[in-house]
Structures are given as C-alpha cells and as structure tokens.
Design a protein around this ligand. Structure first.
Ligand code: NI
Length: 225
C-alpha cells in the first residue's frame, strides 16, 4: 500500500526544520549505502545521530505521534530515527531495495516493514527528483508538497529520479509495524477508514461497536510486539 499523508508538518515546522538543515554539515550519502546501494546512490546525507539530524528528527517524530492517519496506516511498533537527504542538480538514487534489518546504536534490531519519505522542499523548488515506487499495480511517481509524507512497503523496489534543477530536501526513515504482513495491514487500514466513516455519519449505529470489536480482535490476533 502506497499512501500519502498530507500535512504531517505545518508550514512553520517545515521552515524551522529547514533553518536547522541549511546550517548543518552534510556528507556524501554513499557512506551509509549497502553494497547494492553504493553503485546507484548519489546524494548528500546528514550523519546519523548528528545534532541537526536529532533536532529535526524530534520535530518529525512528535508530529507523527499526533497523526491519526499515520498511526492507522502504519500501526508502528518501532520508528527508526529519521534521516535526511539532499539531492542537488544532477544527483539521483537509482533503483534499489532498502535493507531489511537496521541495527540501532544500542544493538537493537529493527525490521523495516514500511519506508517513509517526508518532503521538506516544495515541488516548485526543483525539477525531477520524483520518488518512483514499484507497486503491485505498476510504478507510481511521487512528488509531494513540503510537509507531506509518502509511506510504502519497504519490500518495494524504488528510485529517486535525477534532479535537473534546484534542490530536493527530504527526511526518510523506516519503521517496524505491529503488523508485519502488508496485506493484513492494508485490510486493517481499510476497515478502520470504513468504521470512522460509519461512525461520523451514523454514530449510534450498533455496527460501529460490532465492527470496532472485529477490528481490535483482528489486531489482537495479528499484532506482534
Ligand atoms: Ni531507498
């Protein structure tokens, strides 16, 4: 499931983040690419755990925890600290797949179920730089307004098309979901959306409680923590 989550950050939060990111020290993104990624990756990245990365990462994580659409779609168990990348004109990240397991500094292993890209630059600021994700139904091209985020299964092949003008600035990160299986997670999301709609149109309908019960019982059956 490929899902856009609008307005994860307000315009003020984007501006605050950009001020910190603009003043930060960036390094060659190839240093963190795996064997497969290093050949096709050409961008700049904030060093993981650097002060700027942590500071803006906090803004992102706080906003996500207060975002019901994100929670419903991702059912997050562990969210990895957000990373940041920057593509200047001529830079690109060719087709690749993200590593399946990431190790936190403390040694904890996190399975990457969902990949997230949160845009910090407006689409008008750069040409190219689309995120292309191979979905079940073909490839999708994604370029969202600043403050919006796309979430897609980490099992998908994806690439960032070459930037031909301006600068593309994004946060990217992974999460382990309580629901490992993409199909089960998508069904729970569809069900939650339908329950919310029924509840807003007909809050007293007895099916609201019945369906909410089914939702939670499925979550109880499938969730791992
Ligand atoms: Ni990737």
């Amino acid at each position: 499931m490929l899902l856009a989550i609008p307005n994860v950050l307000t315009a003020a939060q984007v501006a605050e983040g950009r001020k910190i990111l603009d003043a930060a020290d960036w390094v060659d993104g190839r240093v963190t690419a795996g064997h497969q990624g290093a050949h096709v990756k050409d961008n700049a990245q904030l060093p993981e755990g650097s002060p700027a990365s942590r500071q803006v990462g906090e803004i992102v994580l706080k906003a996500l925890q207060a975002n019901p659409l994100f929670i419903s779609a991702a059912l997050p168990l562990h969210i990895l600290p957000p990373n940041f990348n920057r593509y200047a004109a001529g830079q690109t990240f060719g087709t690749h797949i993200d590593g399946s397991v990431r190790v936190l500094p403390g040694g904890q292993r996190i399975r990457t179920d969902i990949s997230c890209t949160l845009f910090f630059a407006a689409p008008e600021e750069y040409d190219g730089g689309e995120l292309i994700v191979e979905d079940t139904y073909g490839s999708k091209s994604v370029k969202l307004p600043a403050g919006h985020m796309i979430l897609y299964p980490s099992s998908s092949l994806h690439q960032v098309r070459p930037v031909t003008r301006g600068t593309r600035l994004c946060s990217f990160f992974w999460l382990q979901s309580m629901i490992r299986d993409n199909g089960q997670r998508a069904m729970l999301f569809d069900m939650d959306v339908a329950i919310q709609r029924l509840n807003s149109e007909n809050p007293k309908h007895p099916s609201v409680i019945a369906l909410t019960g089914v939702y939670h019982n499925l979550l109880r059956q499938w969730a791992e923590m």
